[in-house]
Design a protein. Structure first.
Length: 156
């Protein structure tokens, strides 16, 4: 299975943490959304704060912002191998601020690795159309899936 996600501007030490999980994260993407390309971009606190204000009207930094460019409420039809290989535009992007992930890890009593993977899985579920902020209809299901996927990631 080819990887369905790509990381950008990722520090080397974070790449080492994420590398063993790429296959399982790709499996989550394929199960929840389909065979689509997802990008995660790591940004600093200032950048995420500006984005949070510009796109959500909220002041201050956040751990992750998710942007979906495809249809987020229907499962994506699996494109053929050839079509997938030539697709360079992502279905969705997640912008992650590592400083806030580190802060949240301390606050919630998680390791940095646990918190980072929680943020990534959470973002993938948003990309799949789940919401807990603006429409709480599927919030409980979203958090149940998040816990299930995280248990699976850490099972080895």
């Amino acid at each position: 299975m080819e990887e369905l996600l790509r990381f950008f501007e990722v520090p080397e030490e974070v790449e080492k943490i994420l590398s063993p999980y790429k296959k399982k994260l790709s499996e989550i993407i394929e199960k929840e959304i389909g065979r689509v390309l997802i990008h995660f971009i790591f940004v600093d606190t200032e950048t995420i704060s500006e984005m949070n204000m510009d796109y959500r009207g909220k002041e201050g930094p956040t751990d992750v912002l998710t942007f979906v460019y495809g249809n987020s409420h229907e499962k994506v039809e699996n494109p053929g191998e050839k079509e997938f290989e030539t697709t360079t535009e992502p279905y969705a992007e997640g912008y992650i601020c590592l400083d806030i992930v580190k802060k949240n890890a301390e606050e919630y009593g998680n390791t940095f690795e646990q918190e980072l993977l929680t943020v990534i899985v959470h973002s993938i579920l948003h990309m799949a159309g789940y919401d807990h902020e603006y429409d709480t209809t599927n919030a409980e299901e979203m958090f149940q899936k998040q816990e299930m996927y995280l248990k699976n990631l850490f099972a080895e």
